[in-house]
Ligand binder design. Structure first.
Ligand SMILES: *[C@@H]1O[C@H](CO)[C@@H](O)[C@H](O)[C@H]1NC(C)=O
Ligand SMILES: *[C@@H]1O[C@H](CO)[C@@H](O)[C@H](O)[C@H]1NC(C)=O
Ligand SMILES: *[C@@H]1O[C@H](CO)[C@@H](O)[C@H](O)[C@H]1NC(C)=O
Length: 369
């Protein structure tokens, strides 16, 4: 494993050295690239990468570090409101939580690729990008540690609500001991909504806790599923089983992508189908949950707790009434933000920029258009 990794690192280092050399030869006029092979970036000597907005700062920092020895790649981060004014200067764009809609895309006259530092692409108007001949890509989460990081966070939040994190803080501040009484994961039934890369990693990690795992997925014949899926999941279902499974679960963990079919999927009907006293965890996207439905079921006590890494608006108003419930915990959209996943994704963005510059095939990303 290590050997494979270092071999590929070696190969990529060697190939980049080669490109630096070719670039030097071009600058000194000793060599000219064939045809328009001076890179699919167009004709510029520098390939420019734009990070949109100030959030998730490590994404920009780590990408800059990864590319520090390649002066022909320029990495910039600009504020969200500046994006439309500068986007025409860039070849590669990494969206964060800035929606890149058709107006902005129309201005991106040199843009070749729009990507996300992660898996979700709901921030990009893909149809508009396609119209403007801009490719849109994601970094597959199963290879970067993103899915693993998100899965660990789901377990952290589940245990946080089960052990009553806010009440524990209160007890510490009051110098109480031995309260609150928490609950175990052991013995619980857990429904994973959406069994993609993250859902799979959640199920794997839940197994050793002694839980029953239910999962729903639109298409179980997908070839990306691990072969031992039957050992990870006790009961598999489709969207049509969602409400029935919700009625059996003590904890529901949402792991789906946000799209037209899934927005607000955890609504009044769904939460009413959940057991009284059950818990809800969301590490995917805030708008999968219907705010009013969640709020009302927390208020009535039907939901025993809510643990969310993502919110309806981000950044989320710290004074929002939903955060006043003692059994609601929130984290600042960090599920995928670990050294492991961020260094790996920096490599993916960095390699993509280098490949765009040189015109080599793209090896790190998955195009969606
Ligand atoms: C990112 O870089 C900026 C500027 O160098 C620095 O102030 C900030 O602390 C860094 N943040 C992270 C999370 O790496
Ligand atoms: C399910 O996935 C398989 C394999 O990827 C594919 O062949 C099949 O068409 C899909 N079925 C549906 C209903 O999308
Ligand atoms: C999703 O819904 C929006 C608004 O209703 C619509 O503009 C968009 O085209 C839809 N996208 C897809 C992929 O169906």
């Amino acid at each position: 494993m290590d050997r494979i990794v270092s071999w590929s690192v070696l190969v990529s280092v060697v190939s980049h050295k080669l490109f630096i050399l070719i670039d030097l030869l071009i600058i000194t006029g000793h060599y000219s690239k064939m045809g328009d092979s001076c890179g699919s970036n167009g004709h510029d000597a520098v390939t420019r990468v734009l990070f949109c907005g100030p959030y998730w700062p490590a994404s920009t920092n780590y990408t800059k570090e990864y590319l520090q020895n390649y002066p022909f790649i320029q990495v910039d981060e600009v504020g969200l409101e500046q994006v439309p004014d500068v986007i025409q200067n860039y070849h590669l764009c990494v969206v964060k939580n800035r929606r890149i809609d058709s107006d902005i895309i129309a201005k991106a006259t040199q843009m070749k690729i729009i990507m996300q530092y992660g898996v979700g692409l709901e921030g990009v108007d893909i149809n508009a990008a396609t119209e403007h001949k801009i490719k849109v890509a994601r970094i597959p989460g199963s290879t970067t540690g993103n899915a693993v990081s998100c899965a660990e966070m789901a377990i952290y939040l589940a245990m946080g609500v089960l052990r009553k994190q806010k009440e524990m803080d209160t007890a510490v501040n009051r110098k109480d001991l031995g309260v609150p009484v928490g609950e175990t994961l052991f013995g619980k039934t857990i429904l994973i909504l959406g069994f993609g890369a993250i859902g799979v990693e959640v199920a794997k990690r839940l197994r050793p806790f002694g839980v029953k795992v239910l999962a729903t997925k639109r298409n179980w014949s997908s070839d990306t599923l691990p072969c031992d899926v039957d050992e990870m999941v006790d009961k598999k279902g489709g969207s049509e089983n969602m409400y029935e499974f919700a009625g059996e679960a003590d904890i529901v963990i949402t792991c789906m992508a946000l799209n037209n079919e899934t927005v607000g999927i955890v609504d009044h009907k769904f939460i009413s189908s959940m057991k009284k006293g059950s818990y809800l965890i969301n590490i995917a996207r805030g708008r999968l949950l219907d705010y009013n439905a969640v709020f009302n079921h927390l208020k009535s006590g039907h939901l025993a707790g809510l643990g969310i890494d993502v919110a309806w608006m981000e950044p989320f108003d710290p004074e929002d009434p939903i955060l006043k419930f003692p059994n609601v915990i929130i984290t600042p959209h960090v599920a995928g933000v670990t050294e492991y996943s961020y260094r790996t994704m920096a490599k993916s963005v960095g390699e993509t920029a280098l490949q765009l510059h040189s015109g080599e095939p793209f090896t790190e990303i998955e195009f969606v258009n």
